[in-house]
Design a protein around this ligand. Structure first.
Ligand code: NAP
Length: 246
């Protein structure tokens, strides 16, 4: 039986690169997406054409029932989850805090914070040695924004990733004795569709000049870190910064 990895938001960007790399390393992969079925199906087709195993599962991470159903589908079709990658996340239009609507901040926190908590809850139920599981790993995709702060751009996004850092700190200790490791990858600016969807399509071009290494990162460089954390048996509560030195 292949080890099983669930990756939220795996139709595009970092999640898609992670799904493809995970399948190459022998994982059966659940490719979660919210609305872009065609992209998720393409990731699955690429994995299958390479001889790997993957399924696409629609679930919005702000919908508790959909998250529960996603984990149940994985139980049935791939087997018990070994690794959860909490990757799905959004940014929003560039804005100062005094211009932010309640709706915007509420959406940001629901997708970037509440979703990862509920996915972690479902994973822990299946992984915990206290409830008969074999242990496992939870890898959160945070952001360098959690320590940079996002001033004048998206303090709400940065704060949502700060919550993920704190969740990692606490949850890693809470479940360390139950065979579950919890770690966070903190990417800097990476070449994905998130910038355009947040109304900031030029960010990758502009950011390269202010990053100490002089360039932005590629999704595969983050996937590489995620796959390392999936196997890093003595690492928990860690923050792995992959950001070109910001
Ligand atoms: P992306 O290219 O915009 O892809 C986002 C993925 O998340 C898509 O597959 C999307 O699904 C999915 N998604 C969004 N909202 C969702 C929801 N409510 N439920 C389920 N899936 C949802 O993003 P990315 O750049 O790869 O970002 C992935 C993660 O890395 C995010 O957590 C982001 O904050 C973090 N990050 C990115 C950067 C960067 O510069 N790119 C830097 C630091 C951290 P659909 O395609 O169906 O909409």
């Amino acid at each position: 039986m292949k080890p099983v990895m669930i990756i939220t938001g795996a139709g595009r960007g970092i999640g898609a690169a992670t799904a493809i790399m995970a399948a190459q390393k022998g994982y059966a992969v659940a490719v979660n997406y919210r609305s872009d079925k065609a992209s998720a199906d393409k990731v699955v087709a690429e994995i299958e054409s390479d001889g790997g195993r993957a399924i696409a599962i629609q679930a919005d991470v702000v919908d508790e029932a959909a998250i529960v159903a996603m984990f149940e589908t994985v139980d049935r079709e791939l087997g018990r989850v070994d690794v959860l990658v909490n990757n799905a996340g959004v940014v929003d239009q560039i804005s100062r805090v005094d211009e932010m609507s309640f709706k915007r901040v509420d959406r940001m926190m629901k997708i970037n914070v509440v979703g990862p908590f509920i996915c972690a809850r479902e994973a822990i139920k299946r992984m915990s040695t206290q409830s008969g599981g074999r242990g496992g790993a939870i890898i959160n995709v945070g952001s360098a924004a959690s320590h940079l702060g996002g001033a004048g751009e998206y303090v709400d996004y940065a704060a949502s990733k700060g919550a993920i850092d704190t969740m990692t700190e606490g949850l890693s200790k809470e479940v360390a004795g139950e065979g579950i490791r919890v770690n966070t990858i903190r990417p800097g600016v990476i070449r994905t569709t998130i910038h355009a969807s947040g109304g900031n399509p030029d960010k990758p071009d502009i950011a390269g000049s202010v990053i100490p290494m002089g360039r932005i990162g590629e999704p595969e460089e983050i996937a590489n870190g995620i796959l390392w954390l999936a196997e890093a048996g003595f690492t928990t509560g860690a923050f792995v910064d992959i950001d070109g030195g910001v």
